[in-house]
Design a protein around this ligand. Sequence first.
Ligand code: HEC
Length: 144
Amino acid sequence: MAVRRVKLVVMAALFAGAATYSIASRAAPALDYEFFKARVQPVFLQKRDGHTRCYVCHAESNNAFRLERLSPGASTWSEEQSRKNFEMASILVNPGDPATSRLLQQPLAPEGGGNVFHSGGRQFASKDDPNWKILADWVNGEKL
Ligand code: HEC
């Protein structure tokens, strides 16, 4: 009887351990600031064929995707501005789930899994676009 009791306790402990482990392994990844600054921000400044740069419409825009305005003559954002862009963009994504992240859906063509309407156009034809993949890597917690 006593032996059986011990066995049950051990099994319960193992089970609890396994449950904790599976929750931990499914936890959302942390978004990496350095990756955002070095890889993601340039996507917002880059000119794509047939499209206006994200920055042109989204610098101090009045929708949720609101980039900092570059200082006169600057070709990229300062540390302080990059931090603000990071905070802003982080709210528009679901860490670990690029497909449901607004930042990635909005500029993606509907045939490619994106949102139907974006005034800024279908900047990425599909999820195979290398720049879309950079955004997806960031959302998946990629580091430099
Ligand atoms: C020609 C102007 C223009 C360009 C270029 C543009 N956008 Fe937009 N974007 C808009 C406007 C206007 C809205 C708000 C209305 C809408 O959703 O269409 C918007 C909305 C968004 C939203 C949703 C914001 C919210 O309030 O929920 C995201 C995210 C977004 N854009 C990302 C991008 C990204 C990323 C790029 C570049 C790859 C880009 N946009 C390029 C004009 C633009």
